[in-house]
Design a protein around this ligand. Sequence first.
Ligand SMILES: Cc1cc2nc3c(=O)[nH]c(=O)nc-3n(C[C@H](O)[C@H](O)[C@H](O)COP(=O)(O)O)c2cc1C
Length: 144
Amino acid sequence: MSKHLSIIVGSVLGASEYVAEALEQVAQSAGFTTTLQFEPDLDVLEKKGSWLICTSTHGAGELPQNIQPFAKALEETDLSGIDAWVVGLGDSSYDTFCYGAMEMEKRLTEAGARLTAPPLHIDVLNHPIPEDVAVEWFEQQVKQ
Ligand SMILES: Cc1cc2nc3c(=O)[nH]c(=O)nc-3n(C[C@H](O)[C@H](O)[C@H](O)COP(=O)(O)O)c2cc1C
C-alpha cells in the first residue's frame, strides 16, 4: 500500500520552502506519495496518516503569517490519526529561537497528534544551507 506524506510549510522569506521541497524528494525516494502546501489549508488535508510541518519563526517568536490560520484551526480538530514530523528553522541570535516550530509541536500534540520523532530545530546561523542537515535527518527518519 502506498504511503502518503502531507507537507505543510510556514515561511516568510522562502528558506523553509526550499527545505520542504528537498524533503519532498527524500520522501518520494522512500516510496511516499506527497502533497506540498505553501498556503496550508486544514480543510483539504486528510486527518489521518503522516504530516511533515516545516516552519520558520518570525516577529517576536511567532509563526509565519501564511501558517497562522492553519495553526489556529488545529485547536478545533481531532488529530489522533496523525503522525507528524516537525522541522523548524530559526536563528539562535533570537532568544525566541524556533518558537514557531515549538508552537506547532504544542498545537499538534494538544490536538492528539503523535510526534514521530523529536523535532529538528535548525539554526540557520550554523547551517547556512539548512536543506543539507534537514535531508540528512529525514533520510534517517524514512529509512525502513
Ligand atoms: C524579522 C525576522 C524575525 C525573526 N525572528 C526569529 C525568532 O524570533 N526566532 C527565530 O528562531 N528565528 C527568527 N528569525 C530567523 C528566521 O526564522 C530564519 O531566518 C529562517 O531561516 C527564515 O525562514 P523562512 O525564509 O522560511 O521564513 C527571524 C528572521 C527575521 C527576518
